[in-house]
Design a protein around this ligand. Structure first.
Ligand SMILES: Cc1cc2nc3c(=O)[nH]c(=O)nc-3n(C[C@H](O)[C@H](O)[C@H](O)COP(=O)(O)O)c2cc1C
Length: 198
């Protein structure tokens, strides 16, 4: 069992970081005690990686590979190898931050593999799950629905189920979520109980 948590915020001490850490803390309560699991979970900050935007060059249409040489070569295998993939993202202009959007767009080779070549990279029958956490300054459901819609398409493209999504609106300042212990407890409890669903 491999669990990877991607943080899309560029802010090192942003609200997304604390959401990811509390989720991981909950998960660790059962995950680290199991000898079949790797020793530590992965928290991956997307902004630590060099992710170039898709050029729409069409190379992947028949090769199912991307021509761009950058850190996606490290990130693709993490997605392919993980059983539970959690994304934690702030809302930027009713959407996801640019780094996250670039990451998503770079899965166009997976689109080509599935829809153009009929050879999906991740087979349709798999037990992978995606969990989504969204945080934003305003508390606006339509912003959340936008982001969820983007992730639904990402998951469809990869044959993975988006099984859970959570929205914490009205949280804006750096680390403001630390003033909301009830939210952090809820996140940690979800991670702790996740084992029951596997
Ligand atoms: C460029 C930019 C765009 C933003 N756009 C929105 C927005 O459209 N709606 C909103 O509610 N909050 C917006 N915010 C506020 C962030 O969602 C909010 O500060 C969030 O808590 C940041 O999460 P983080 O601390 O994990 O980075 C924006 C912030 C930035 C920097």
């Amino acid at each position: 069992m491999k669990i990877s948590t991607f943080v899309a915020s560029p802010r090192k001490k942003g609200n997304s970081k604390y959401i990811a850490e509390h989720f991981e803390k909950g998960v660790s309560s059962w995950y680290l005690g199991n000898k079949n699991n790797p020793q530590s979970n992965n928290i991956i900050r997307l902004t630590d990686y060099n992710i170039n935007p898709c050029r729409g060059c069409g190379y992947c249409d028949d090769k199912a590979k991307c021509v761009i040489k950058d850190d996606m070569k490290t990130l693709y295998p993490i997605i392919e190898d993980s059983d539970i993939i959690t994304f934690v993202t702030p809302i930027y202009f009713a959407s996801v931050p640019a780094q996250f959007k670039a990451f998503i767009d770079r899965f166009q080779p997976y689109y080509a593999a599935k829809y153009l070549l009929n050879e999906p990279v991740i087979p349709p029958s798999n037990n992978k799950k995606v969990i989504l956490y969204v945080v934003s300054g305003y508390n606006k459901q339509s912003f959340f629905e936008n982001v969820k819609g983007i992730l639904e398409i990402f998951c469809l493209n990869l044959n993975i189920d988006l099984t859970h999504s959570f929205y914490y609106g009205g949280i804006d300042a750096l680390g403001e979520i630390l003033n909301r212990p009830e939210i952090l407890t809820e996140i940690e409890t979800f991670g702790r109980n996740l084992q029951d669903e596997l």
